[in-house]
Design a protein around this ligand. Structure first.
Ligand code: DMJ
Length: 574
């Protein structure tokens, strides 16, 4: 068994304290509900998957309204039609993205069929210009993760023989990425042509996440193939990016890969930067290098200092730290999930609640919401079936086992079915104020949105093994052989120390003492830890006859009471 710092282990710290309050009858109700919800999510996944396979495969993504396909994905930004050979049939991106979800849902037949098809048909020897970041997280990540799942004997996903075909494809793809890194700075071009490398007059502009979120996939590829070039290229780029930070430990959003100059100074945890933070922490978990932790620690502390405003995160100028834009973006909703991984559950909970309020207000999460005007952005009103809120809900439920997160998941499943399900799959929402739809089912709906909702209601997959999930939701197993050195310490203050060398079979973050302290923070007594105090109401619908049937509020830790009309709530004045 490999040692790990897997999320579900970090979560154990919280489960232990919460377990004392769980009433067996409500536990049973939760279990029944979880099974029902899991089946609803499974249906959603197959509705999206089957329609893709029927109407779009082997092209990249499904257009669910017209039941056609697209290879010129606006998000993937790749495979512009004018660059495609006439016999081009797509790279089956949605199939690649679905493999790990199929594995998690236990569909061995479809997983094996997909692997075989890709082994025999997928080729990258095409004259196509692709976005490096998108291709890395979707295609390279999808292939590597599926390869790891295929060779894991506990899953028994492949009945016949498997000869590392997915790894060979991944290696071929990785080699095609390498020319992008041949710049004076080592920062990769955002676009690369599979066949011809970097094209003439290619744009030199890229984003922080574009060159700072490659290390998981490329690092894993190096570990699996023994070819160090992939990891070295990604690491060199990451180090260069980190050198370019301001004295406040902030990074801008866009930059020039040739001159190494920042083009956009506004800094945030959202679009253009998001997965840069995510990959620092996850690279540390996967590869155990102290470097990653040091970078993450500084970057995380700076984000809390300069972006955080109560539960919200605004943008700030990387040089001055002064706020720039007061906006909530849908992509930011991954942040609470990341905070759970570092053990900052209380902060995660309060931000997550705000994101969910916005979801409830509109029915889904709009792309951009103006915090200073409390209104939706006039042009970015869309919801392209993004996964981030589901992702954070899954992490928070793992951390707390608070059934409230199951309610959140249920609400999301209902909204997705109500507003976005059509006969031909699931369609993106063009305008959340009218719920007008758009003819696009992004592959991340299968790779992430459905996966995280499924895992929320059935986490048996993560209970078996220690995984981290890439930014595209593809699981990578945490293995001791990939670790170089264990960390000696974490955040000072409310973080405890790990005992080096304490890895053992089934070792967890709890047994290694790397969890944040669960005792109330004596220096900041006003900060309550959500769910350490939480006692659910007796009835799931919160109805009551008397105060005894009401629990303790998860966020404020205040005793709830029964109102005159029979509902538990925070009715007593402070
Ligand atoms: C996904 O492709 C990845 O999660 C990426 O990091 C940014 N967001 C999209 C889905 O919203």
């Amino acid at each position: 068994m490999s040692p790990s710092l897997h999320p579900s282990h970090v979560f154990l710290c919280f489960l232990i304290s919460f377990a004392f309050f769980v009433d067996p009858s409500s536990q049973h109700l939760d279990d029944v509900r979880k099974k029902q919800m899991r089946e609803k999510v499974r249906e959603m996944f197959y509705h999206a998957y089957d329609n893709y396979m029927t109407y779009a495969f082997p092209h990249d993504e499904l257009k669910p309204l017209t039941k056609t396909f697209t290879d010129s994905l606006s998000e993937l930004g790749n495979l512009k039609l004018e660059h495609l050979p006439t016999d081009y049939n797509g790279s089956a991106v949605t199939l690649i993205e679905s493999l790990s979800s199929l594995a998690i849902m236990g569909n061995k037949t479809e997983f094996e069929k997909g692997v075989l098809w890709l082994s025999e048909n997928l080729t990258f020897d095409i004259d196509a210009r692709v976005n490096l970041f998108e291709c890395n997280i979707r295609v390279l990540g999808g292939l590597i993760s599926a390869h790891l799942l295929a060779i894991d004997p506990t899953n028994r996903l492949i009945q016949g023989s498997y000869n590392n075909q997915l790894l060979h494809l991944a290696e071929d793809l990785g080699k095609r990425f390498l020319p992008a890194f041949e710049t004076p700075t080592g920062l990769p071009y955002a676009w690369i042509n599979f066949k011809n490398g970097v094209m003439e007059n290619e744009t030199t502009q890229t984003s922080t996440s574009g060159c700072g979120s490659l290390i998981l996939e490329m690092g894993a590829l190096s570990r699996l193939t023994g070819d160090p070039r992939f990891e070295s290229a990604a690491l060199r780029a990451l180090r260069q990016l980190w050198r370019m930070r301001s004295s406040l430990d902030l990074l801008g959003t866009t930059l020039d890969v040739v001159t190494g100059e920042w083009l956009e100074y506004s800094s945030s945890i959202g679009a253009g930067v998001d997965s840069f933070y995510e990959y620092l922490l996850k690279a540390y978990i996967l590869f155990g290098k102290e470097d990653y932790w040091q970078m993450f620690r500084s970057a995380y502390l700076a984000s809390q200092k300069y972006f955080r405003h109560g539960p919200w995160y605004h943008e700030a100028n990387m040089w001055s730290g002064k706020p720039t834009y007061w906006q909530l973006t849908s992509l930011q909703a991954f942040w609470p999930g990341l905070q759970v991984l570092v053990g900052d559950v209380s902060a995660a909970n309060s931000s997550h609640r705000e994101f969910f309020h916005v979801w409830e207000k509109f029915g889904v999460l709009p792309e951009r919401y103006l915090l200073d005007h409390q209104m939706i952005h006039p042009t970015e009103k869309y919801y392209p079936l993004r996964p981030e809120l589901a992702e954070s809900t899954f992490y928070l439920y793992q951390a707390t086992k608070d059934p409230w997160y199951l309610d959140v998941g249920e609400t999301m499943v209902k909204s997705l079915n109500l507003y976005t399900k059509v006969a031909g799959g699931f369609a993106s929402v063009r305008d959340v104020t009218t719920m007008q739809l758009e003819d696009h089912q992004h592959s991340f709906f299968l790779a992430e949105t459905c996966k995280y909702l499924y895992l929320l209601f059935d986490d048996s997959f993560v209970a078996k093994r220690n995984y981290i999930f890439t930014t595209e939701g593809h699981p990578l197993q945490v293995m001791s052989s990939w670790h170089e050195k264990l960390p000696e310490n974490y955040f000072s203050g409310n973080w405890t120390f790990s005992k080096s060398g304490a890895w053992e079979s089934g070792a967890s973050a709890l047994s290694m003492q790397v969890c944040p302290s669960i005792a109330p923070n004596s220096r900041r007594p006003e900060q309550h830890r959500e769910s350490v105090c939480h006692v659910p109401d007796k009835k799931m619908d919160h109805r009551c006859w008397g105060n005894k049937e009401c629990g303790v509020d998860a966020t404020s830790c205040r005793q709830r009471s029964c109102s005159g009309v029979g509902f538990c709530g925070l009715w007593n004045p402070l």
